[in-house]
Ligand binder design. Structure first.
Ligand code: CTP
Ligand code: MG
Length: 236
C-alpha cells in the first residue's frame, strides 16, 4: 500500500487578517506550510506530498520548500490551487503520481498535528475504512439559528445534543479511488466544507478516530498565539 498526502495551502487567510498568505506566515520562525509538510513526512508511511500553493505563488512555494529540505526521502510536488478549498484539493489529487492507494488531505493551517494522529488515520484506512476523520468532542454547546444580517439578533431554531457532536480535523484519510470519485461527482457549492463530507454524499461510510488538541486549525489571530505557545512547549 502506498500513501501520499495532499496539503491544500492556497487560501489567503482572510480571517487571520491582511498580509502574507496564511500558509506562508511563520510559527517559531518557520513557515506554517513547512511545519505541515514535516508533520506529514514524519509518518513513515507517507512517500509523496503534493502541496497546493496559492494560484499566483507556486514558484515562491517551491523555493521555500527547497530552502527547508526534509530529513527523509519523501517526494514533494507543488501545484497551483484554485479559488475554493474543494477546487484546490481536486487539483492536488490530479497531481498525485501513479501507484498511490491511500491519500491524506491535510490543511496547511493545521501545522502542529502530531504524527500519532497521522498514523492512526492511515492505519484505519489501511484497515479497510474508505474514509477516516480525526475528531474531538465539543467544548461549547452549539445552537442552530435562523441567520440574520450581522448586528441583528438571530433566533434560535434548536440545540443539537452536544454529546452526539464532534469537531473534525485533518489529516482526513481516504481510499484514493473513493475520494477521486467524490470530487468528480459532488458539485461545488453544495455546502461540503470537508473532504469526508463529499464522500458522505456518495453514500460511503465515514468513520472517526480520536483527533488531537494540537491539530487545531490556525484561523484567527488568537490561534497564532496558541500555536507559538505549543511550539515553545515542545522545544522546552
Ligand atoms: N485552501 C486552499 N484553497 C482555497 C482556500 C483554502 O487550498 N481556495 C486551504 C487553506 O490554505 C487552508 C485550508 O484550505 O490550509 C483550510 O482553509 P481555511 O483555514 O479556511 O484557510 P483560508 O481559506 O486561507 O482562510 P480564510 O477562510 O480565513 O480566508
Ligand atoms: Mg477558508
Amino acid at each position: 500500500v502506498r500513501t501520499a498526502a495532499v496539503i491544500p495551502a492556497a487560501g489567503r487567510g482572510v480571517r487571520l487578517g491582511p498580509g502574507t498568505p496564511k500558509a506562508l506566515r511563520t510559527l517559531g520562525g518557520t513557515p506554517m506550510l513547512v511545519h505541515a509538510v514535516r508533520a506529514m513526512a514524519a509518518s513513515r508511511a507517507v512517500t509523496h506530498i503534493v502541496v497546493v500553493a496559492p494560484p499566483d505563488g507556486p514558484d515562491e512555494v517551491r523555493r521555500l520548500l527547497d530552502a527547508h529540505p526534509l530529513a527523509d526521502r519523501t517526494e514533494l510536488t507543488v501545484v497551483p490551487g484554485g479559488t475554493t478549498r474543494q477546487e484546490s484539493v481536486r487539483l492536488g489529487l490530479a497531481a498525485l503520481p501513479d501507484g498511490i492507494d491511500v491519500v491524506l488531505v491535510h490543511d496547511a493551517a493545521r501545522p502542529l498535528v502530531p504524527v500519532e494522529t497521522v498514523d492512526a488515520v492511515i492505519a484505519a484506512v489501511r484497515g479497510g475504512a474508505p474514509a477516516v476523520v480525526p475528531a474531538l468532542p465539543l467544548a461549547d454547546t452549539v445552537k442552530q439559528v435562523e441567520p440574520r444580517p450581522q448586528g441583528t439578533p438571530e433566533p434560535v431554531v434548536g440545540t443539537p445534543e452536544r454529546a452526539l457532536l464532534r469537531a473534525v480535523q485533518t489529516p482526513q484519510g481516504f481510499d484514493l479511488p473513493t475520494l477521486r470519485k467524490a470530487h468528480e461527482v459532488v458539485v461545488e457549492g453544495e455546502g461540503a466544507t470537508d473532504d469526508a463530507g463529499l464522500v458522505e454524499r456518495l453514500g460511503e461510510g465515514v468513520v472517526l478516530v480520536p483527533g488531537h488538541e494540537e491539530a487545531f486549525k490556525v484561523t484567527r489571530p488568537l490561534d497564532l498565539v496558541l500555536a507559538e505557545a505549543v511550539l515553545a512547549r515542545r522545544r522546552a
